[in-house]
Design a binder for this molecule. Structure first.
Ligand SMILES: *Cc1c(COP(=O)(O)O)cnc(C)c1O
Length: 503
């Protein structure tokens, strides 16, 4: 089948799905994008009768056209199994006037598991299909959640190694503990003295370094990426939007074809882009509501048409969204420019050189389905507090950004279309910020008592408050020994990777 992926920066660079997954990134920093998204030619009623794996097959087979049915089913069955703590994989729950799509029931209790539990299967299958005899080295920059999810996925997978870089002072203590206690023999984890953008820029630099690629090739290695710049991350993320919609169809909440809104707490723009791709496949979405924290570069972009990263980087209570360069926005820019690699390259060059770019009025018109807003750190805390007061449901800090922005959207528009909110992490992952928000915010002595507790004591506190059992992922790391102690500058990233590979 002729469904090709193409670089956002060079219309002549094409790849099959399996090649695009293996490469991760196109040449010269481009991202692989599908030429066009095929229509999902299965009815919503039929999909509503399928389980998660069934929906996953229907959606993914349309996008990964060079995988056989057997290959894809092997990947899906390997990924969406008992690693998830519910057979539903991604349950939908109604709270605060919206359908909360819980994407945190996988091994590392963040939504990254949805794609990273299948990516290693897709990657090793793609390697086999393409007769790759090199060891694949996954390079990953993480704002906190990708790191552990990727480590968990690739740990001890034959033919692969994985190196993860995280901002040393920019992740939650639980997130850090999850990563540095990773036992897989093929894994490497380093904190960098910089922020997520520094880590991501360093990783992208290694990817586009041709001399380094040749050297690796000589030594029997090749790089790939587990970040959402890899199309193998985005395609599995399209699945749960279709899945959630068809659960609403099954429940009779929406009629097949009725529109919904989706709200996505956004950082690197991968999750919301997957929703957009799902809509191009036929999911009826009225508005894509893009929720940002204090690092509101996307809110400003949707408001003005100018993307400007020249601003202070703010550390918030939703660290996985502390990002000023949203890599996947490039894929949307390419699309709204009419699949124009030249125009996109020009804008991305401007971003690299001046830290900003401005889209044309014509392109801006194509963004009419997007709504952006943001929630401050105080608003996040009060949202967690208030939703808990309503019915005892505990939001994590990232999901609270989304819920707060949804409230603002409704106030702005009075739109009452049924709405799905992507819930991207378990509150246990951010126990300190969540417990502080739950205890009476005006109560000084309650605040003092949380200050004196360590993060695992707060986890116990949260169990009492939420009546949700402490996830296995948290219990596991409580007493686990630290396996990774490297801290380096961003300039040292290449040398620590070589060191890890023994070359
Ligand atoms: C990664 C992450 C996000 C942001 O997702 P993007 O795809 O990067 O926009 C939001 N919330 C949590 C908990 C995350 O781990």
């Amino acid at each position: 089948m002729g469904f090709l992926y193409r670089s956002t920066r060079n219309e002549n660079e094409t790849a099959t799905a399996s090649e695009a997954i293996l490469k991760g990134l196109a040449e010269e920093g481009g991202l692989f994008v599908p030429d066009e998204i095929p229509e999902l030619d299965v009815s919503f009623e039929e999909l509503a009768a399928m389980d998660y794996k069934g929906v996953a097959y229907e959606v993914m087979s349309r996008m990964l056209t060079d995988f056989t049915e057997d290959e894809l089913m092997y990947c899906i069955n390997g990924a969406y199994d008992k690693k998830f703590d519910t057979e539903l994989i991604a349950p939908v729950k109604y709270h605060h006037g919206a359908y909360i799509l819980e994407l945190f029931h996988g091994k590392t209790i963040a939504f990254k598991d949805m794609a990273l539990s299948i990516l290693p299967y897709l990657m090793t299958t793609a390697a086999k299909k393409n007769n790759i005899d090199k060891e694949i080295v996954i390079l990953t920059a993480t704002s906190g959640d990708t790191g552990k999810a990727a480590l968990a996925g690739f740990a001890d997978v034959p033919g692969t190694r994985i190196a993860v870089f995280y901002p040393k002072n920019g992740v939650s203590p639980i997130q850090e503990k999850q990563m540095v206690t990773e036992k897989g023999a093929n894994t490497f984890v380093a904190g960098i003295t910089g922020n997520f953008d520094d880590a991501q820029t360093g990783v992208k630099k290694m990817f586009s370094d041709k001399t380094l690629a040749e050297y690796l090739d000589e030594k029997g290695f090749q790089f790939s990426s587990a970040n959402s710049i890899n199309i193998g991350r985005l395609v599995p993320q399209m699945v749960y939007y279709v899945y959630a919609y068809t659960r609403l169809v099954a429940a009779g909440t929406v009629k097949p074809g009725d529109e919904i809104n989706v709200v996505v707490p956004t950082g690197n723009f991968g999750n919301i882009l997957a929703a957009y791709y799902a809509s191009e496949m036929g999911l009826p979405v009225k508005k894509f509501i893009c929720a940002s924290n204090d690092n509101k570069v996307l809110y400003d972009f949707f408001a003005t048409g100018e993307y400007d990263r020249n601003r202070e980087f703010i550390l918030t209570t939703s660290p996985s969204m502390d990002i000023l360069i949203s890599s996947n926005l490039e894929r949307l820019i390419y699309r709204i420019a009419g699949n124009d690699a030249e125009k996109n390259s020009e804008l991305m060059k401007s971003l690299a050189e001046t830290g900003k770019y401005e889209i044309t009025d014509e392109m801006k018109k194509n963004l009419y389905k997007f709504y952006g807003n943001f929630a401050t750190t105080e608003e996040v805390a009060s949202t967690i507090h208030n939703v808990y007061a309503e019915d005892g449901y505990v939001l994590d800090t990232h999901t609270a950004v989304a819920v707060n922005v949804y409230d603002k959207y409704k106030a702005d528009t009075e739109d009452d279309t049924p709405t799905i909110i992507a819930s991207t992490a378990s509150p246990y992952k951010f126990a300190r910020s969540v417990v502080e928000a739950l205890v009476d915010t005006g109560n000084e002595s309650a605040k003092l008592s949380t200050d004196s507790l360590d993060d695992f004591a707060l986890v116990d506190e949260l169990e009492k408050l939420s009546a949700v059992k402490i996830p296995q992922a948290v219990e596991e790391i409580r007493t686990a020994p630290v396996m990774h102690e490297t801290v380096c500058d961003k300039e040292e990233m290449e040398s620590v990777v070589k060191n890890f590979l023994g070359i």
